[in-house]
Every structure is written in structure tokens, then in C-alpha cells.
Write a new protein. Sequence first.
Length: 597
Amino acid sequence: MDMADNLHDEIRLFGIGGSPGICIGKAYIVDKEGVDIVSRYAIEKKDLKDEVKRFKAAVKRSKDDLLAIIDNTPDTLKQHAYVFETHLQLIKDKMLYGLTIDTIEKERVNAEWAFKKTISHIKAMFQDISDPYLRERAEDIVQVGDRIMRNLTGATRVNLADITARVILVARDLSPAETSQINLKRVKGFVTDRGGKTSHTSIIARSMEIPAVLGLEKATRTIKNDDLIIVDGLSGIVIINPTEATLLEFTERDQNYAAHRTVFIRDSHLAAVTLDKVELKILGNIEKPDETKSAISYGADGIGLYRTEFQYMRRPSFPTETELFTHYKETVEALAPKPVTIRTLDINGDKAIDGNNNNNREENPALGLRAIRYCLKKPEIFKTQLRAILRAAAYGDLRVLFPMISGYVEVMEAKALLYKVADELEAEGIPHNRDIKIGIMIEVPSAVFLAETLAEEVDFFSIGTNDLIQYSMAIDRNNKEVMYLYQPMHPSILRMLKHVTDVGRKTGTTICICGEMAGDPFYVPVLLGLGFQELSLPPQSIPPVKSLLRALNAAEARSFVDELMVYKSAPEIVKALISRYGGILDDNAYLEAEANS
Ligand code: PEP
Ligand code: MG
């Protein structure tokens, strides 16, 4: 895993495996620069009409681009196209359009300059507005402005849907919406300078099953157009100008990976039962209702985490009760009789609707008005979702999960609202089911230490290690600089997991884990040994995790976890894990975490 093989200018870049799989192909650099340098020049009076025409033509081209993107979005990804619908509405915005034409005519300046002035003016207006939807719109205006400006300046903007050769995209960053526009017939994979494993872009890439390496920092500076590159989304490596030997090695790895997946998938609808007959339920994490299909096809025993917040983002207004009810009902019916766990709105923090939700931009969004705090502060928004959940619960095994619980009062307040909503539905004669299982995310350290008290109030715990590690280690989960401290095998994290699982067993509370580590086979022996009854993971990870569990022995894993408690650091624990389970993991080409470490 070092910088060996550096012959014939072969260069290896190490990033974060965003989405597993290997692809080999020509690099295609997505240029996102070049629109900021706009100069001002005077337009003679007689040419003003033409200048306005030029601006109008750029707007028309931008509109056509957007319409084409929307039209070409496959049905399965339509959910992501709403951002372009919003852009389409904004393109016709009077202020954007009228003000620019006014400036061209009055100041007799070039269209680019006038347009840039309009955009800065609009941005300034939006800056002091506290309303989250309006500020979200400001961001949309900037993006629409970027598109129009490119059409105006003639700067080449890659339309991801238009790429004709089969290439690997190399970009500084790709938004989730852009990622969803990738034409899988044309694009083999992608690499970006920014982003991380838990970024929404990664999540979308995984749901599209396209190999991706993110957070490379200097990919766009190092890789040139048409360079031959290898992208290994499993171990997070990108190789530029690979030697013959490397090409052969990765082609083989790719074939092995594909062969292993075929075997895993063949058996993935079977239960995950260990050698000593302990059964674990392997559930899927989804972000959108249409992902239920892939969860089902990969053999999910239900949905363990439905991240509902993505339905609230990048749209002019929050979804209505009917819209939410329809989505939840569809999901619960598709999975029935298997369970569906709907996590209530976990908005803000790293999933900010706007990065601001008081009257001022939050200094520390991850420590701010996020998740249950936001919902309890905005009961009307919360109640709308709770009503939809209780109504959908009449159609299958639906469970509710409250995120970011830090203590007892939050649980009691959330439950009180849930029952209040149930009373209201009853009084209104609307079909619903109030008798549903209630769970809380254990992802804030205070909840870990209060687990015994909280267990009296809920039916299940779901441990969110993405945040539990963030909040315990005091690291921003999106900050690459402190990523080295993101250690699921840190002794303090292991002790927390042990404490919560012990409490779960003692109190009869079902214990699930739904952080990203649950989908990484490397940690599965430890999770089995800790006694988790349910693991919830990205659907594509279900087949390998189920397959691995079938090769493990739960009693052995339990005593192994007891042995781990003596170690003082994460590297020691990782070493012990490799020395005990490396063989099984290696045999099955599972060593994702080790390869990344
Ligand atoms: C977690 O924090 O581990 C989790 C599953 O939730 P999210 O990644 O959505 O914060
Ligand atoms: Mg979380």
C-alpha cells in the first residue's frame, strides 16, 4: 500500500473510497473554473440592442440545457432532478433577467459585467435574511447565474449527460444532483478532490453503484485529460499511468471483486446466521423511497434507517403531510411484513438545509439546532412528519426513530408529541396506528452514559457511529484534516459500544447499529461479538456482510471482544482484529477498512 511501483511515471493518489468497485479508463477533467474572471467594457449605444440579445440568447441556452437535463434524467433518479426544476423557475426570475438588461442599457456595459453585478446585488440582498428557504434560494440563484454566465462567456461547461466516450470523471467536487446526472453508459466512475465517505455525493454514488474515490485533494491538478487511470473505490486508490503489471493486478482485482459479489448476491436473500446458529437481522439504510428496490433485491431484512431529511432539502417548501404519508406508505408496503424504521428529520449539522436556522448563521452547525432539537423547536414541522408516520404505520411494520437524543427530557418531549398527534388523528377519524415501536439514535456521548435510563422509555436503540465518533473524539466528520482521529476501533468508542450493548441485553432493548462502520465487513466480527441483534447498512453492502456473518462464530467473537478491552489504542485493536480475523476477511476480499487505514 506504499508508493511503490513508481516506474514509468505511474503515480498513486490516496483518497477515500466513496463507492466500491474498480474501473479503468481515460480521465475526463470536468472544468468548473473560469467564470469568475469577468471584465467590464463599454458598449456603444448603437450596439446595445445586440448586447441585450446576446444576454437573452445565453438565458435561452441555459433554459434549454436545464430542460434537456430534466428530460434525460432516468425515472429512478427523478428525485434528484427537482433542483433543476427550481433552477428553471429561477431563470425566468424578473430580477435576474430585468435588472441585467436594465444595467446593460443604462450603464452601457457588456452583458457579463451587468449580469455579474445583478448576481452580487441579489446575493447581498439574501445575505441578511433569516428565512432558511429564502437563503437556500440564494444558493440556487448563484448556481443559475453560473450556468448563464458560462453560456455568456462561452466557457466550456461539461454537461455530464452529454459525455459520449466511456470515461472516468475527474472533478474538484460533484454535487449530489450532478452525480445523479451521470450517464452510467458513458461514465465508468469518478474521482473528486473534495468529499468524504459520509458525504451525500458518496451516498448517491453507492446507490448508483458507480466506483468513486473522493477527498483526493489534488486529483484535478495531477491528472490530465486522457490520462489512463485506475479507480479503486474499495480501497480509495487512484493510479495514474499504470504500468502493465499494475493494470494486470487491478484487472484481476476487478474480476475477483465481481466474482465475489456474484457469489454474495446469489445467497443474499438467505438469513444471516452464524456458524453457531445466531441470527442477525441485516437491514438497509436508505435516503429516498425508490432505494427500497435495491434494499429488497440485495436481501435486506427490512429498513433500519430511512434518512428522511433528504426529502426536505433543496426545494421551495417543506413536504406536506400527504406527500410524506404517500412516500412512507409506499415504502412500508413494499417491505411488508419486514420492518421499516423511519428516522425523524435529522436536519442541519452536516445536512444543513441552509447552514442557518436561527437568525444568525450558526458558528458550529454540528453542535447547533440539529435533528430532534430542531424538531422540538418547530413542533408544527415535527407534527406534520409524525402524523404521516403514524398514518403509514397502519400499512405495515413501521418503527419511529428519534435522532441526536442527548437526554431524557428530549425523549419524553418527542414521545409526548407523538402521542398528542395520535390523539388528534383519532379525534379526526383518520386511520393510523399508535402502537408502534419507538427507538432513539445513540450518537451523542451523553446518551451512552444515560442508556439505562433511556432504555425504560424506548423499544430499541440504534447506534449512529458516524456522529458518535464525531462527538466523542471532537472531530468534524467532514474535515479531512482530523479524519485520522475517525477511529471506530478507538478504545473509548469500543467501550461505549460495549456499554450500550450490555445495557440493551440487560434491559431487553433491541440494539441496532446504523453508522457507516456497520457496512464495512472489517468491523463485523467486533459488532457480532458485541452482541448487536441488527446491523443497518447501505443496501449494496448487505450481501458481503451477510456472507461474512455466515463464516463467523458468535461465541468466539464475544470472547474476542472481551480480549480487546485490554488494549490502549486503536492501532493495537486493529492489529488484533487482523491477526484473528484477517484470514477470513482476506479470503473473502473484505479488507476495506485495512486497505483504507
Ligand atoms: C450516524 O450518525 O451514524 C448516522 C447513521 O446518521 P447520519 O449519518 O445520517 O448522521
Ligand atoms: Mg447521525
